[in-house]
Design a protein around this ligand. Structure first.
Ligand code: BDP
Length: 330
């Protein structure tokens, strides 16, 4: 047993309490959270709400601090760190989760969900359950599903209306071979790259374009250096509130329930903020002069991306069943 000092506030008076980390063994006193986004982002706000509530509802017995803006490292590294316990909790996009938990690749297949609402229904039900199970086998406990909207292409060259407009274009993707295949299927050149490097790469022409939702396009300033945003909405990838499995399993049943409830509620809150912040981000980039175009014929993209499914099924036959599971959700 180790002894740690924690600060608690009782009736507005800060007091020091001596507590033992009996049940948590070697777990650190203050949980360390990873987040890639700036503090104003909806994901950050959901995580901040979680940490406040955790401290309040346990009278300071459990405390957590989220490090925003990716200061604890890139997302692929953070996923590994969370498994090893260097990071205790995080909100991860399931895109870069694929190399660690292959079943999660199903949500990275282009156009796999009919809509954002469909994604929510699937993740709050059978699909979320199946993916949680697969993640848990890798030491990651998924407690709630955050929103990340739909991802569309943007670039510094021209509006994208058809797959042919992407031909020869250098496009940054998240770290997962599936996305490399996706860009290649469209005739572009894919460059997997950390989120933090994209701004400079767009600015200097290392890449011509990338793909993301409005809030990320705006919060990173990518719109300043890639002024054409084309509403292909080819990927709808959920994000998870994840906790290191050893830490979670070391908690009492009551604390587990509390942490689960708070993560779920924070996800609910984040989803509402998401919808608002997407509209705000769109308005902001439009006001800054970004040219936004609807993509009239999304089926052309869907058809061009079909080889991604074939390649994925060849490498991971179980994905086919998971796609059927998604399709079974109304
Ligand atoms: C954002 C996700 C974030 C990813 C980022 C990316 O919220 O987790 O790291 O895209 O493109 O939408 O890397």
């Amino acid at each position: 047993m180790s002894i740690v000092w924690t600060r608690r506030t009782l009736g507005g008076v800060a007091v020091l309490a001596l507590v033992g980390t009996l049940a948590t063994g070697e777990a650190r006193a203050e949980w360390r959270g990873w987040n890639i986004h700036v503090p104003e982002y909806s994901v950050s706000q959901g995580m901040d709400w979680f940490t406040e509530q955790l401290e309040e509802r346990t009278d300071g017995r459990l405390t957590a601090k989220t490090f925003h803006s990716g200061v604890l490292g890139s997302q692929p590294d953070a996923i590994e760190q969370l498994r090893l316990g260097g990071i205790d909790y995080a909100v991860f996009n399931l895109g870069p989760m694929g190399p660690t938990v292959p079943a999660t690749n199903v949500v990275s297949l282009p156009f796999v969900f009919k809509s954002i609402d469909h994604m929510h229904r699937a993740m709050d039900g059978v699909v979320g359950d199946a993916l949680s199970e697969a993640m848990e086998e890798q030491g990651i406990v998924a407690l709630g599903w955050y929103d990340s909207g739909a991802r569309s292409f943007y670039n510094s060259q021209q509006p994208v209306n058809t797959p042919a407009d992407l031909e020869g274009m250098k496009v940054r993707v998240m770290n997962n071979d599936l996305f490399v295949g996706m860009i290649e299927a469209l005739g572009g050149n894919a460059t997997p790259m950390a989120f933090s490097e994209v701004y400079q790469s767009l600015r200097t022409g290392v890449v011509d374009g990338a793909e993301n939702n409005y809030p990320s396009y705006e919060s990173t300033g990518h719109y300043e250096v890639a002024g054409y945003y084309s509403l292909s909405e080819h990927l709808i990838i959920p994000e998870c509130f994840c906790v290191n499995a050893d830490l979670y399993n070391s908690l009492s049943a009551e604390d587990q329930e509390l942490v689960r409830e708070l993560a779920r509620e924070s996800a609910q809150m984040q989803r509402e903020l998401w919808a608002e912040s997407s509209q705000e981000a769109r308005a902001k980039v439009e006001a800054a002069g970004v040219e936004i175009n609807e993509v009239e014929d999304k089926t052309a993209f869907q058809e061009a991306m079909q080889p991604v499914y074939e390649q994925a099924y060849a490498q991971q036959p179980e994905l086919e069943e998971l796609v059927v599971l998604i399709q079974s959700v109304d």
